[in-house]
Ligand binder design. Structure first.
Ligand code: OGA
Ligand code: MN
Length: 285
């Protein structure tokens, strides 16, 4: 194997790994270890098709079914504004509107049980302007709070629901009932298993915090988000074609940023690894 180089993306988390071939199964350990250490990993100049991305991601663990399909295409979906025919989707396309929820700070699949450990996002068509993805580290956010505030938050439980994030961006889903998508309860503070550090679990999917009403819950998330997503804690990724980003949803929050979605195409492939040891309700002791 070539010399592997690690280039930090931000002073607080994230690194680019260069010199290891993502297509080489023997290099898998390098990437798995790097995500464990850095939370967010960038590999440049990867040319995976959907099957290649699924093969790579499966080295991290069992894949989440992203599409509801049962065939070979079940594990990888495409994010952006292109339809299956490769043409730009209509402005009123339901999937496209739903993706507005990606503009909110979130952790992928926190509203599901089990959730997802790792997410993979691979850039294929990148708009000339905008469409960056932003990240912050929920462990850094937790450590930014003083000990008294940490003590008040540590035992709290919150309900996570995708329906809530859709509602925040103005999308009601009358065809998806709460019975079909029941909320998932998680501790507001989680011990991140690989690093042992506490992490503040405050994605947009958080609907209600135990003991608080809806408005109080949202005010609490807002207060914590102002600390967590302070500008100096954010890494903003400007995509290049061929980029592959991998992050750990147990400690990293992310959000999409706007682009000229009616004028320019954007296409990324995406898949996720299931968190089979999901301990969302374990106390952060
Ligand atoms: C996602 C997501 C961000 C982006 O697909 O889960 O958050 O920039 N995407 O498209
Ligand atoms: Mn996401």
């Amino acid at each position: 194997m070539n010399q592997v180089t690690t280039i930090p993306l931000h002073g607080l988390f994230g690194a680019e790994i260069a010199g290891a071939d993502a297509a080489d199964p023997a290099a898998a350990r390098v990437f798995v270890d790097a995500v464990g250490k850095w939370g967010l990993v960038l590999i440049r100049d990867v040319g995976f098709d959907d099957a290649g991305l699924a093969r790579f991601a499966a080295r991290f663990g069992p894949l989440q079914n992203m599409s509801g399909r049962t065939d070979a295409r079940r594990d990888v979906i495409h994010v952006g504004n292109l339809g299956d025919d490769g043409r730009m989707k209509a402005a009123d396309d339901a999937n496209r509107i739903r993706h507005d929820a990606n503009l909110l700070w979130h952790m992928d699949s926190s509203f599901l049980t089990p959730g997802a450990t790792y997410s993979f996002l691979h850039g294929h068509i990148i708009p000339a302007e905008g469409g960056d993805t932003e990240f912050f580290d929920a462990r850094v956010a937790w450590e930014a709070l003083d000990a008294d505030r940490q003590g008040e938050l540590a035992g709290l439980t919150a309900d996570h629901s995708m329906l809530h994030s859709w509602r925040l961006v103005g999308v009601e889903m009358p065809d998806v009932s709460r019975a079909k998508m029941p909320p998932t309860a998680r501790k507001l503070v989680r011990r991140h298993p690989p690093s042992g550090r506490g992490a503040l679990i405050i994605p947009s999917h958080v609907e209600q915090v135990e003991g608080l009403d809806y408005d109080q819950s949202q005010a609490l998330v807002g207060e914590l988000m102002a600390v967590a997503a302070a500008p100096e804690r954010i890494y903003r990724h400007r995509w290049r074609e061929g980029d592959l980003l991998i992050w750990d949803n147990r400690c990293i929050l992310h959000r999409a940023t706007p682009y000229r979605a009616f004028e320019e195409p954007r296409d990324l492939s995406s898949c996720r690894v299931l968190d089979l040891e999901d301990d969302g309700l374990a106390a952060c002791a």
